[in-house]
Write a new protein. Structure first.
Length: 188
């Protein structure tokens, strides 16, 4: 009984933290938002910014490298580890999930009915607007995910994918990537 109460209390506290971060996401200063996100356990590298309206599940498992930008309204799932590399550009309203329901489970809403797997995004990746990344996916260095793509499988280095489900549509010609995304806009 005590273990059940403790688990429920932890769940309520986590829900409160996620709600507070939702409110923090509306503050028009990425410096202030970054301060609160780090306080909630997110690791955010030097020069990285999370734009307004971002939402999270369990932020303490989210790691963002240096000089990466997370666009407005993005959703980052931390129910399993989420690793975002350096110099990554994630556009607006991208959703990255690392947990989903197992639709074949006998008890859909039970622990048996949940599939959880880490997501890794390599350095210099660009993810276009409204793309969706599903659990267990690894995206290689320099890859490009087209707008609106639903990524269900790993994406190789420098590969360009698009569509539903995402399929290879090309390859990035420039492979010696060394650009810096630069300063994020102060009030976004």
């Amino acid at each position: 009984m005590a273990q059940k109460v403790e688990k429920r209390a932890g769940s309520i506290i986590l829900e409160l933290v996620v709600y507070i971060l939702h409110l923090v996401g509306q503050i028009p200063s990425h410096h202030i938002r970054r301060f609160f996100y780090r306080g909630a356990g997110m690791k955010i590298g030097k020069g990285s910014a999370v734009h307004m309206g971002a939402k999270f599940f369990e932020p303490f498992r989210i790691r963002i490298g240096d000089d990466s930008i997370i666009g407005e309204g993005a959703f980052l799932d931390g129910r399993a580890n989420l690793f975002i590399g350096n110099h990554v550009d994630i556009a607006s309203e991208v959703m990255i999930y690392n947990s989903e329901h197992n639709v074949h489970a006998e008890h859909f809403a039970s622990e048996e009915g949940i599939i959880t797997a880490s997501v890794t995004i390599g350095d210099y990746v660009f993810i276009g607007p409204r793309a969706i990344i599903l659990p267990g996916v690894s995206i290689g260095k320099g890859a490009v995910i087209g707008a609106g793509a639903v990524v269900t499988k790993d994406v190789g280095a420098y590969e360009i994918v698009g569509g539903v489900p995402a399929r290879p549509i090309g390859e990035r010609k420039q492979k010696d990537l060394h650009y810096i995304l630069g300063r994020a806009r102060w009030f976004r």
